[in-house]
Design a binder for this molecule. Sequence first.
Ligand SMILES: Cc1ncc(COP(=O)(O)O)c(C=O)c1O
Length: 449
Amino acid sequence: MPRTIIEPFRIKSVEPLRWTTREERLQLLRAAHCNLFLLPAADVLIDLLTDSGTGAMSTHQWAAIMEGDESYAGSKSFDRFRNSVQDIFGYRNVIPTHQGRAAERILFGVMCKKGDVVPNNTHFDTTRANIEFVGAEAVDLVISEGRDPRVKHPFKGNMDVGALEQLIQRVGRERIPLVMLTVTNNSGGGQPVSMDNVRQVSSLCKRHRIPLYFDACRFAENSYLIRLRESGYESKSPKQIAQEMFSYGDGCTMSAKKDGMANIGGFLCTNDDLLAQQEKDLLILTEGYPTYGGLAGRDLEAIAVGVQEALEEDYLRYRIASTAYLGNHIAEQGVPIVQPPGGHAIYIDARAFLPHIPVEQFPGVALAAELYLEGGIRSVEIGTLMFGAAAKMDLVRLAIPRRVYTQSHIDYVVEIILEVWKKRASIRGLKLKYEAPFLRHFTAKLEPS
Ligand SMILES: Cc1ncc(COP(=O)(O)O)c(C=O)c1O
């Protein structure tokens, strides 16, 4: 097989990018108070803010959209959506939602109450918020290797099974309505969970009669990383791996904005019919009738095709290789990143990149601002601005939208990061001018300190 991995698609419709000068970017950065969330997207050259809802759809998805059945109840699009999801996930009940967090709100609203405890490898922020909203406690139990950016381990997203056992002993199974596994572990660097770990967590849950749910946003990337890194899976297809993984659980939440390859949408699955009935009752209250759940028929069609396309081998080979390509090319030159490269994003360790900037002066935000100034690249800080004093690391996440950028775009990103790396000693820290009482990173205003 040739060594060069190419984008497994050709481009039929293009969206022009707008160049800005360094002087313009300096003005734009000032106007945005050094917070890249406050930039107009039109002034961004390469947008790596998120991989959520930012992917490009295929010709098959656009064609399916034209088949969208917009009937309020019992639409054909829902049948196609449910059949496609069931083919991969295997769960009895499939409930559409407008995005991942709506599935979370309904799941925890039905399953959890005040005083309950929900373990996960690492809760994504909306997952944690929805658990805390019902008065329950969200506990992160990722293995210790998953908390150290420099440690290389093939499955840094794994759950610490011993810690889970201890938690169950300590609080009692009655207070744990469900256990979750996030595949891949977004908040822990997009790191995968191994099939062996899924099996171990599943058997522990079964022993204690606790249901196991997946946060399945990046299930296809996780499946491919299992194939690449876990013995016994080399000759299995990503779809077979996904099917096996989900067979160990009782249900899932899903944001179709990631491995659903859609710009909006999500779903909630469960094998428990009684629970599904309660979830659908809640769904009708805020999302919509159970055969559309807050989505248009055409969105259901796009997801039905997208979840299958996400599992295509050519696509996954290119997807995982292009993320690793970015990570490896900057790491080779000394740029400190979370190792090994994850599925959907590269995370730069800003504390190690800018050791002269104290944590209180937001090294991650300063680095993200510099990447924009140098080359119009938008990334996001995951650190002290986002989590306050609770932040264990200051990372800059470069999330790669699916099927959007080509290798030359990524080469450009590498070049800009290496330019900034060369002049890192001259980068200054920042101080806050304004902060909102919660989720301050979205609207904060900063200036050079
Ligand atoms: C792991 C994980 N879970 C849940 C969500 C929430 O999904 P949504 O943004 O569609 O509400 C996200 C979104 O980024 C995520 O990465």
